[in-house]
Design a protein around this ligand. Structure first.
Ligand code: ADP
Ligand code: ZN
Length: 743
């Protein structure tokens, strides 16, 4: 018998090893194998009875991966099985094979993305803690206790012990005192190994399923009967989460497991506790903000079948549940589901494929579905469309006012940050004790630091991007690479000493708010204010506890938040993303953003109001978002896409060439264009400098490929740019099938 093995460190090849007599190897197991002169860990991908080596080299290829060119006599044997319990189920391996083919990457790279880094790294030391427990009933002949010790013992009985650190904290005592009690025989104090869990130490109250509204009940019934993926198109606040939870409960009843994907940013403690309180210990959370130990332990809890409901961001689509019965993608339109490194998979699309392969149900939920999913659910009939058009709490969708900022500017003067109606609206909320969310998708103080004489802006030395002025530490910072510098004394272009700080980011808005509404308590939430590990959660909890009137933030506040006391949402510079001319999805993103941010208003019993400030009030994305008319927007935008031959009507891939020598990059991209042109059924946009021409000192060129099928495009990429040639010392080629970001 032979085993085909993927070795993590070798991305573009699979290897064949002999299975020694008497060793029972299973697909998906992790094994150790001799590789060059050391042992490495590898994963068993397939078993065969025959040696795969035959005389002709072309037949050595399987799934486009190369085998080591050795004849079968020299095939080495597996050294040992690392773990009896497989890391991957057979369906998961099949899914990864699909992924490698579809996204044009080596199999091993696909496999890597299915394993969290701490799991790949091997064993992360287990965590041992001291647990304290009262001895009950007490044996008769124990030494007497002092009065304080006796009181402490009583308290320990009352709280029934627990982790030593927690007992110390709760009862205001020390480990030494507890150990003394243990010596005397009143309590036990033992070291035990515990799974590190993100829910540990959090008090979670159990919750019961809610009585469904009529809309929810109908949606759930359709979902439970559906034989195809379901697009759950539910307005903001329609109660999609409750539908998901009841569908999950049903899945568990049937003895199957469930995965729910959420955008990374909305994986807040609120979401997690909602699930934990409904499903208890059977929930596992996979989240990049967890410690390595927590991620390691959660993943293995799933693999062992101890956790059967998985909540996590995109990589959780590969969670090793044993019997997948339901896969949910919440906020399915979210661009965060697209992986930003190779393989550039879309977790939403992978979810649909995995659910289909494993005969599981699939729900894609959104108030603003991606046009891809919308077309699948309408024109193509591939998905079942389920609507929920009413808010679950019975409230109305917020009233949206669009303010044209051209009217707000005094003649000849600069445009103010706030229009007078927005200031009035904010003032009235603060007086009434209601809360406000202000959204601006730009951090820092001023996004442009411009010379007053020659009007040149200061550009990052490593990227082709403007530097943003940060007032707190008086620096210019590049938001792409993190480089910072002191503001120059003289203009690098013309030598003049006067600069203007143009435009506004969240820091400047905060300063302006303090001036206009001195009484307002403000929480600012952006990448600068949330860099510490739990700061994101802390700021949201403070806002929930009404410790602030205004939550001001970037896209990290746009999604999923449910604050019943928020009655006003202000959207500043709503058209910012519309100015991106190179990205055909700009209008779709703008619509989604406005609709999602607006959806944060009026979620409780109080009605909500939204004020949108823009220079382009007539743009369909803004006009229709203000009317909450997704279907009209989708129809108009789909017509435009069809006329221009863009996704979802055609498949699109973006091939990026990056390197430090701009001439070499240009030459490589141009040469590839010629070869792509020779491929049939492909429309090739010739190589050009990428919109973001330079990033972190790497020059970037792009080719766009349009075609009827992703398969055809991937095949052309494999042909023109063989996988093992894509990364060299001075050139990196990145193939992005179904590209979402075209910068
Ligand atoms: P969505 O995700 O669709 O925007 P949520 O799931 O966050 O909406 O639900 C919005 C609000 O409605 C939440 O506060 C939730 O607790 C409440 N809710 C959901 N379903 C019900 C129900 N059946 N009865 C009462 N309240 C509900
Ligand atoms: Zn930079």
């Amino acid at each position: 018998m032979f085993a085909q093995i993927a070795i993590e460190q070798v991305p573009n090849m699979l290897f064949t090893y002999k299975i020694p007599e008497g060793m029972e190897v299973r697909v998906g197991q992790r094994v150790s194998v001799p590789w060059q002169r050391i042992y490495r860990l590898g994963y068993v991908i397939a078993l065969t009875t025959e040696s795969p080596y035959r005389p002709k080299p072309s037949q050595h290829l399987l799934q486009d991966d190369l085998f080591q060119a050795e004849d079968s006599a020299k095939i080495k044997a597996i050294h040992a099985i690392d773990d009896e319990l497989p890391y991957f189920s057979e369906p998961l391996i099949k899914l990864l094979r699909w992924l490698a083919d579809y996204y044009s990457v080596g199999f091993t790279l696909a496999l890597r993305s299915a394993l969290p880094a701490p799991v790949r790294a091997g064993r992360v030391g287990e965590k041992a803690v001291f647990m304290v427990a009262p001895v009950e009933p007490l044996p008769t002949q124990l030494p007497p206790l002092s009065k304080r010790q006796a009181e402490l013992y009583k308290e320990i009985v009352r709280i029934d012990g627990g982790r030593m650190v927690q007992v110390c904290e709760e009862l205001g005592t020390t480990p030494a005192t507890l150990r003394k009690l243990a010596q005397l025989g009143y309590i036990t104090c033992e070291q035990v190994v515990v799974a590190r869990s993100p829910l540990q130490g959090r008090h979670v109250l159990p919750s019961k399923p809610l009585q469904l509204t009529e809309g929810q009940a109908q949606a759930l019934a359709t979902i439970l009967q559906a034989t195809r993926p379901v697009l759950l198109f539910g307005v903001t606040g329609s109660g999609k989460t409750e539908v998901y939870m009841q569908a999950i409960a049903k899945t568990l009843e049937e003895g199957r497991d469930a995965i729910m994907l959420v955008p990374e940013i909305s994986l807040t403690p609120q979401t997690v506790s909602r699930f934990a309180s409904r499903f208890g210990k059977t929930v596992a959370v996979l989240h990049s903000a967890l410690s390595d130990g927590e991620r390691h332990d959660e993943w293995h809890r799933i693999r062992r079948g101890e956790a059967r409901v998985v909540v996590g961001p995109r990589s959780a689509v590969f969670a090793p549940v044993r019997n997948l019965g339901l896969l949910i993608v919440d906020e399915e339109h979210d661009s965060g589901y697209k992986q930003d490194e190779s393989p550039r998979y879309s977790a939403r699309d992978v979810a649909v494929v995995r659910a289909t392969m494993e005969h599981a149900k699939c729900i894609l939920g959104s108030a603003t579905p991606s046009l891809e999913s919308w077309r699948n659910a309408t024109e193509l009939g591939k998905y079942t469309l389920v609507r929920m058009s009413e808010r679950a709490g019975g409230g109305m969708l917020p009233v949206v006012t669009v303010l044209n900022m051209r009217d707000a500017a005094p003649a000849g003067g600069p445009t103010p940050i706030f229009s007078p109606p927005l200031i009035d609206a904010m003032r009235s909320r603060i007086e009434r004790g209601e809360q406000i969310i202000l959204f601006l998708n730009r951090r820092g103080y001023a996004p442009t630091y411009q010379c007053d004489a020659c009007k040149e802006s200061v550009i990052c030395s490593k990227c082709s991007a403007k530097m943003t002025y940060h007032v707190k530490d008086d620096t210019l910072r590049c938001h792409l690479c993190g480089t910072w510098q002191r503001p120059p004394m003289r203009c690098p272009s013309c030598g003049m000493p006067v600069f203007n700080r143009l435009g506004f980011g969240t820091q400047r808005v905060e300063t302006a708010l303090h001036a206009i509404l001195p009484q307002a308590r403000i929480i600012r939430m952006d990448a600068d204010s949330t860099s510490r590990r739990h700061s994101h959660d802390e700021l949201l909890s403070a806002f929930r506890a009404k410790e602030a009137d205004i939550l001001l933030g970037t896209q990290m506040i746009a999604k999923g938040l449910d604050f019943p006391n928020v009655t006003l949402v202000g959207i500043l510079a709503a058209d910012r993303s519309l100015d991106i001319t190179y990205d055909f999805r700009a209008a779709e993103r703008t619509f989604q953003l406005i609709a999602q941010v607006s959806g944060r208003a009026g979620r409780g019993s109080l009605p909500g109001e939204v004020v949108v400030q823009t220079f382009q009030p007539e743009h369909p994305a803004i006009r229709l978002a203000a009317l909450c008319d997704y279907e009209q927007f989708a129809q108009e935008e789909l017509e435009l896409r069809q006329d221009s031959g863009l996704p979802p009507y055609k498949k699109l891939a973006c091939v990026t060439f990056a390197g430090k020598d701009s001439d070499k990059v240009a030459a490589a991209a141009t040469a590839a264009t010629r070869r792509f042109n020779a491929c049939r059924g492909l429309e090739v946009t010739p190589a050009m400098p990428a919109p973001l021409e330079k990033k972190e000192e790497w020059w970037r060129w792009q080719i766009l490929l349009h075609g009827e099928s992703a398969k055809g495009i991937a095949a052309a990429c494999d042909h023109v740019l063989p996988k093992e040639t894509r990364i060299t010392d001075d050139l990196r080629i990145l193939v992005d099938i179904d590209a979402v970001f075209l910068a």
